[in-house]
Design a protein around this ligand. Structure first.
Ligand code: F6P
Length: 354
């Protein structure tokens, strides 16, 4: 075990339900191994601006069930500059932090790598409602966000049914369609637009007209946000024009990011937060904690980010050339599984709309 005396914990990027459960797990695990914990306020900006405070077991008491993050969060541009980074390192030295657990999404992991490269051992914990971190099958916050989405969509469905209308509902996801496609299936939507799969608008209109002729009253169409060249509000108007079915539009936006974390998010956060501290105790750095095949594992952050870029089409598979065959096979499997998931979900949704 490494000689670890003090660690810092931060939450960065968009908040996610379950971040507090992760903070609690990091704090309590570290304390139980005799390691002091400091909370860094407002993500990386807390390091840049010296906003750090000690965390005790009592400070994190009862926070596992609360949404948002008690450490606050930010997207800090200054941290990306050499000057900002120097200030952040200074803060780490001032508080004698031997390691950091950084909870967030892919932007947070880039920051974690920067800190690791400058001698501050840092471990990333995936926390984002988008579930768009290729190296992990699951990211903390996703389950709660989907449950919040379906609660809202179920309510829209009630009023659609009463009025004989359609509701086009846009959900968050930052170019990842996981929340959209799963809530569409869960809420009996007639269609779902996600970036990962082609979408046939004409086929949707034909299906809706056919279903209306068959007596169907209410319709839900779910659209994931940020689909390039796609404006969901405009699309709602087109649905009405093309089908003759009165259509309303709703954007759930940040609603799906709030609320008490679900059991899935609390337990995953407990496991991942605890694992991150154990990796630091073993002297590890520059890792991201992942869930694969229901197991909590860790992966080198650089490898995780390469997988992410390949999956998001920002790099091709040649980017894996520098890695051993075993890593290449692992990443190919991860990327293929993510793609297959969206294909399977789209087919399932289509099979259920008749
Ligand atoms: O990454 C989480 C997320 O909620 C995305 O789904 C969304 O696109 C984005 O953050 C919104 O960011 P902001 O909170 O800065 O508006």
């Amino acid at each position: 075990m490494a000689q670890l005396k003090r660690i810092g914990v931060l939450t960065s990027g968009g908040d996610a339900p379950g971040m507090n459960s992760a903070i609690r797990a990091v704090t309590r695990t570290a304390l139980s191994y005799g390691v002091e914990v400091f909370g860094i306020l407002g993500g990386y900006s807390g390091l840049v601006n010296d906003k750090v405070r000690p965390l005790t077991a009592r400070d994190v008491s009862g926070i596992e069930s609360i949404g948002g993050t008690i450490l606050y969060t930010d997207r800090c541009d200054e941290f990306k500059t050499e000057e900002g980074m120097a200030k952040a390192i200074e803060t780490c030295k001032k508080y004698q932090l031997d390691g950091i657990v950084a909870c967030g999404g892919d932007g947070t992991f880039r920051g974690a790598t920067d800190l690791s490269n400058r001698g501050i051992p840092t471990i990333g914990v995936p926390c984002t409602i988008d579930n768009d971190i290729a190296s992990s099958e699951y990211s903390i916050g996703y389950d709660t966000a989907m449950n919040t989405a379906i609660e809202a969509i179920d309510k829209l469905r009630d009023t659609c049914e009463s009025h004989g209308r359609c509701n086009v509902v846009e959900v968050m996801g930052n170019k990842a369609g996981g929340i959209a496609i799963q809530s569409a299936i869960a809420c009996g939507a007639v269609g779902c637009v996600i970036v990962e799969r082609p979408f046939d608008e004409e086929a949707l209109y034909e299906k809706m007209k056919h279903l209306r002729a068959d007596g169907k009253r209410g319709f839900i169409v779910v659209v994931s946000e940020m689909i390039p060249f796609y404006a969901s509000e405009e699309f709602a108007k087109k649905v009405e024009e093309s089908t003759g079915i009165e259509t309303r539009f709703a954007r759930l936006a940040h609603v799906v990011r709030g609320g008490n974390p679900s059991l899935r998010d609390r337990v995953t956060a407990a496991k991942m937060g605890s694992e991150a501290v154990k990796e630091l105790l073993c002297g590890k750095t520059n890792l991201v904690i992942c869930e694969r095949d229901n197991k909590i594992l860790s992966l080198d952050i650089n490898l995780a980010q390469t997988a992410d870029r390949i999956y998001k089409g920002k790099d091709d598979f040649k980017a894996m050339n520098k890695y051993p065959e075993e890593d290449k096979a692992r990443i190919r499997k991860i990327v293929d599984a993510k793609k297959k998931f969206f294909k399977d979900m789209t087919v399932l949704l289509a099979d259920l709309t008749c």
